[in-house]
Design a protein around this ligand. Structure first.
Ligand code: ADP
Ligand code: MG
Length: 622
């Protein structure tokens, strides 16, 4: 039940516990909320003029912070104090940025390659989390102005390809802005929700979400069944978007001014803005006219829709190539895509709409909502579901990469397989491999390869204080709890003693989307050699355990064996030890069998003696 509260400042009665739906975008951000009576989501503008807040932060010399539209002019005048595209930096290390680091007009600190990036403005360092929190604060303020009370809860969207470091960073930014982030939701999931896709049917519904924003493009194929949103595949280009349309127009116009006329920095920027205006105008009109003074001379620039369409054709083709790849990865046929959804401001251009409709020609095209609002609107619906106002819908997402721990021999033991639904909780039991072992290291990995060294380490901790017991006796329960945002908690408990250790996995730095893709591809191309390696490692591990147990047995029970037996056993032990070098599973297993065969009667002898001693009423020494 939503609680009733009074806003002390305004004295008004607030009978609704609002949960905000926030689209924290690379270029633009906005906030939406379920509009009480209408049961329809609505984007909010507070005291701003538009619902859209450009994702820009300007730091004035006196420490003023300007967020949104008002920060726009400073990109030209003070690029070093004006931060844009901070979303690209979330959860990233400098190493992750690679060749893209010169894309940014502000200073990104290069400390160590794997530490998280920081941005330097004057003498202060800012993390992308702090910077994003400034945008979120602005959105929160707007919502509070319009709703007339304080708001503290939100759902925030992220691209489907965001890994857990990037999701965690987004969640932290929310916390820093004074928001309790109830859930991190995939943008394509939110967009599908805004159109109410797939919710009213039992059978699978397949949706292609085409999102062309300012500087990024992605396409995701979703399967929706019984309220579960599964991202089957996602492709795209994190440096492709409407900005490229603007650039193509600028190039076209520059070709029209006489050679030798050099544009100043601010003239170039002004021309870029004119190009964007022309592009937007052409979403409605067939011709756009504008003029600009360059080096003291007035120039006239016109652009027809046909010219524009021709200019952007190669860019559009790249997005369609990505659609084809996403479709292939989803293992669906074109006819099986029921709906296509247009997301992102750039899909307002007619040529984009036509290209998408032409590609997904069997699908119903969803373009009736504002493409730049649709993600926030969907997030508001998700918020409403979380508030318990729509009991019929259950929302789940899935995890993109497998999660597991390292076991003997450096093998990956998967606990939560990729594409599992979240939230999820899985437990598995392990034991010790050495007598009297009191500590056990738990190393958590993410990835699809059989060897942990090929996967990505997320965290490591040690379960301490296991009571000393013979190898194999302790029962160590490892639980993985993946919450709805894809954030992992790991718990290890020794069940006999109750010793417990717990960790929240907060990875130090993120994977790029290319890396996630590469990890998935690698696991396919290496599948065969991985299985072979795993079998060798398993054979070696088994051999090492048998060597250990047998050596200990001989040392303890010499009196049960003849000299001849002791000598033969030690020869077999040596053979087995030497076979480990061979890296051949069949040779190793052969020697294990030989040793087992030979020593089996010893164990029987020990049992017999134990039984007869027990019968004599003596206690047994184990
Ligand atoms: P993001 O999700 O990356 O934050 P948006 O979805 O808000 O970005 O898209 C921003 C892009 O949409 C910009 O390149 C902007 O020029 C473009 N855009 C906005 N309105 C229009 C329009 N009417 N016609 C064409 N492009 C538009
Ligand atoms: Mg967007």
């Amino acid at each position: 039940m939503p609680s009733i509260s009074i806003n002390i400042k305004s004295g008004t009665l607030q009978n609704k516990d609002y949960i905000l739906g926030i689209d924290l975008g690379t270029t633009n951000s906005l906030v939406a909320v379920m509009d009480g009576d209408q049961a329809e989501p609505k984007a909010l503008k507070g005291k701003g003029q538009h619902v859209i807040v450009p994702s820009l932060i300007h730091f004035g010399p006196e420490g003023q912070v300007i967020v949104g539209e008002a920060a726009k002019p400073f990109i030209v005048d003070h690029p070093e104090r004006t931060v844009y595209s901070v979303k690209r930096l979330m959860g990233k290390s400098y190493g992750d940025l690679g060749s893209h680091s010169d894309y940014f007009g502000y200073k990104i600190i290069d400390e160590q390659d794997d530490s998280l990036v920081k941005i330097k403005i004057d003498d202060r360092f800012y993390t992308p989390i702090e910077l994003s929190s400034l945008i979120l604060k602005e959105l929160k303020n707007r919502a509070e102005q319009e709703l007339g009370g304080s708001v503290s809860k939100a759902v925030i969207t992220v691209p489907a390809y965001f890994n857990d470091a990037q999701r965690q960073a987004t969640r932290d930014a929310g916390k820093l802005a004074g928001l309790e982030v109830l859930r991190i939701v995939n943008e394509p999931t939110a967009a599908s929700l805004a159109y109410g896709l797939g919710l009213d049917r039992e059978q699978d519904h397949h949706v292609a979400v085409y999102d062309l924003g300012g500087g990024t493009f992605d396409v995701s194929i979703l399967r929706i069944s019984n309220g579960i949103f599964e991202v089957l595949s996602t492709h795209g280009d994190t440096y492709l978007g409407g900005d490229d349309f603007d650039r193509a127009v600028v190039e076209h116009w520059l070709g029209q001014i006489p050679q030798g006329v050099e544009l100043s920095n601010s003239e170039t920027q002004a021309l870029r803005l004119k190009a964007e205006e022309a592009k937007k105008a052409l979403s409605k009109a067939d011709l756009s006219e504008s003029s600009l003074e360059i080096q003291g001379q007035q120039y006239h620039f016109s652009l027809s829709k046909a010219e524009f369409n021709q200019l952007i054709a190669p860019i559009l083709q790249r997005t369609l190539d990505a659609c084809a790849r996403a479709l292939k990865d989803s293992e669906l046929k074109l006819e099986e895509i029921d709906s296509a959804v247009l997301v992102g401001g750039s899909t307002r251009s007619e040529a984009v709409k036509e290209a998408v409709a032409g590609f997904f020609k069997h699908s119903e095209l969803n373009d009736s909502l504002n493409p730049d609002e649709v993600v926030a609107l969907g997030a508001a619906i998700e918020a409403d579901i979380l508030a318990g106002n729509r009991k019929d819908i259950l929302l789940l997402d899935v995890t993109p990469l497998s999660l597991g721990i390292e076991t003997l021999g450096g093998l990956m033991d998967t606990i939560i397989p990729r594409n599992s639904k979240v939230p999820n909780r899985v437990g598995k039991e392990y034991t010790t491999s050495v007598d009297g072992q009191v500590n056990m290291k738990i190393s958590v990995y993410q990835g699809e390869r059989e060897l942990v060294s090929e996967n990505r380490k997320l965290a490591e901790f040690t379960l301490q204080g296991i009571p000393a017991m013979p190898a194999g006796m302790p029962k160590i329960q490892v639980n993985f709890m993946l919450n709805a945002d894809g954030i992992l908690q790991v718990q290890a408990t020794e069940l006999r003693s109750g010793v417990k250790q717990h960790i929240e996995v907060k990875p130090q730095y993120g994977l790029t989307d290319e890396e996630v893709e590469r990890m998935l591809l690698d696991s396919i191309t290496h599948a065969e050699s991985d299985v072979k390696t795993r079998m060798v490692v398993e054979a070696k591990t088994e051999a090492e355990q048998i060597l250990y147990v047998t050596e200990r047995f001989i040392a303890k029970n010499k009196n049960l064996l003849s000299d001849q037996e002791i000598q033969s056993t030690s020869l077999l032990l040596n053979d087995l030890k030497n076979s480990l070098e061979s890296n051949d599973k069949d040779i190793i297993l052969g020697h294990i069998d030989e040793l087992n065969e030979y020593t089996r009667p010893f164990a029987e002898r020990l049992m017999d003696r134990s039984v007869s001693e027990a019968l004599k009423g003596k206690s047994i020494d184990s």
